[in-house]
Design a protein around this ligand. Structure first.
Ligand SMILES: [Zn+2]
Length: 416
């Protein structure tokens, strides 16, 4: 974007030429701005479910350098030209700010650009995108996000995107209403949020805080990364009652918990040891997703993500959990791995979802027994650079074996 600035006409020598210059400048800038708009529109999809994970902010949509505009050298001796470059400069700077995650600054600059030149549609469209990105980052809290979604809707015209934004805004309202009176209790690495008036939670939450801090250290060793020390915020843990969880996630009671950038878990009563133990393993599972996302980004294949999360749930009971999964898998053919790369939440057949989870656990266990758990964790890390195929690629590089062949080995051990 910046290459154009020096090519922008500065000194037309006659009134007629000046008119031509302005037209050319507008044309060039409109093309460049359109490129900026395109870049801003390439946003990750909505992320409402456990398997998808939050958008990967490490991959901002960046448009490539724009070729220098074809323009004759300006006549430096002529009178200064009246064309105001500032809105275009602000637009360029705002795009850089957005890519760096400086949303407030981007909004401020684009508001100024759009106010100065209401006739340049792309400034308004970019402003809409800036509001949207700030809302999705959610740094200003739910009320600010809801306002930003509203502001984005004033500028974004595409019907499909508007429907998506309205959905996000609805969800933001639900979250705000559900969590309005929640207490916020930070520990070293987590922020717990829950309804403090629920006496059945209080002492249990204190125990969970201690357990989860231990889990953080344990996972930090295994994943070889500590997200908070690496500069990320504390991991949020939000405890709902069953109804609140359903209304916020839309998942109903079949889901034990969700990680969508925050850990959300339905909790009925922590005074019962049985329920406490259940919540504890759900929290370990979702915390594993938080670590996976921290090292691998949004592209970690579901089978690897879910396999590792289950594998880490209850180390003391891992062996029996794996045996149960293997026994259930013995009855029919395994899914090809490519079917288990994407989101499993969208699958309609619950029995198939259960089989997918069993296969994920059995395969991760098989890999860690045959090749070492370190390799499994480094496969997750490889997805940050290599995308969804990064895990298989990394495995092939390290072992000279195809992952599909390992799946065949696993099948042989099941059906023998
Ligand atoms: Zn999971």
């Amino acid at each position: 974007m910046r290459a154009v600035r020096k090519d922008r006409p500065r000194g037309p020598s006659s009134r007629k030429e000046r008119g031509a210059w302005v037209v050319l400048a507008l044309l060039v800038v409109a093309i460049l701005a359109a490129a900026g708009l395109l870049a801003l529109s390439m946003m990750p999809g909505d992320w409402g479910s456990e398997e998808q994970g939050p958008p990967d902010r490490s991959e901002p949509a960046v448009n490539g350098p724009v070729p220098a505009a074809v323009a004759p050298a300006p006549d430096l001796a002529s009178e200064p030209e009246a064309f105001d470059e500032r809105p275009y400069d602000l637009n360029d700077q705002a795009i850089s700010a957005l890519e760096d995650g400086r949303f407030d600054q981007a909004v401020e600059w684009l508001e100024e650009a759009a106010a100065a030149r209401p006739d340049v549609a792309v400034f308004g469209a970019n402003l809409g995108e800036a509001y949207l990105r700030r809302a999705r980052a959610g740094e200003g809290g739910p009320d600010a996000a809801i306002d930003d979604f509203e502001a984005a809707l004033e500028w974004i015209e595409d019907a499909e995107r508007r429907a998506q934004i309205e959905g996000l805004q609805r969800r933001a309202r639900l979250l705000r209403d559900e969590e309005r009176d929640f207490v916020v209790e930070p520990t070293l690495h987590f922020t717990f949020k829950y309804d403090g008036s629920r006496g059945e939670l209080a002492s249990g939450v204190d125990r969970l805080k201690v357990l989860l801090e231990d889990t953080y250290q344990e996972f930090g060793e295994q994943f070889r990364r500590r997200p908070v020390e690496a500069g990320e915020g504390r991991i949020e843990v939000i405890l709902y009652d069953a109804e609140g969880f359903d209304s916020v996630t839309g998942l109903g009671d079949w889901a034990g918990g969700v990680f969508d950038g925050k850990i959300r878990v339905p909790v009925e009563d922590l005074r019962s040891e049985l329920r406490f133990a259940r919540v504890k393993s759900v929290l370990r599972h979702e915390t594993a997703h938080a670590f996976s996302h921290s090292i691998g980004g949004a592209a970690v294949p579901s089978w690897l993500n879910e396999g590792v999360a289950q594998w880490l749930e209850e180390p003391a009971r891992r062996e029996s959990a794996v045996e149960i999964a293997r026994a259930k898998l013995g009855a029919s053919a395994l899914f090809p791995l490519s079917r288990l790369d994407g989101n499993l939440v969208g699958w309609e057949d619950r029995a198939e979802v259960a089989r997918a989870y069993d296969q994920a656990l059995a395969l991760v266990d098989h890999l860690s027994v045959q090749y070492g758990a370190d390799l499994v964790f480094s496969m997750i890390a490889a997805c940050r650079e290599g995308g969804v195929g990064g895990a298989a690629e990394h495995f092939r590089e390290r072992t000279l074996v195809e992952l599909d062949a390992v799946l065949g080995d696993l099948a042989d051990t099941l059906y023998r």
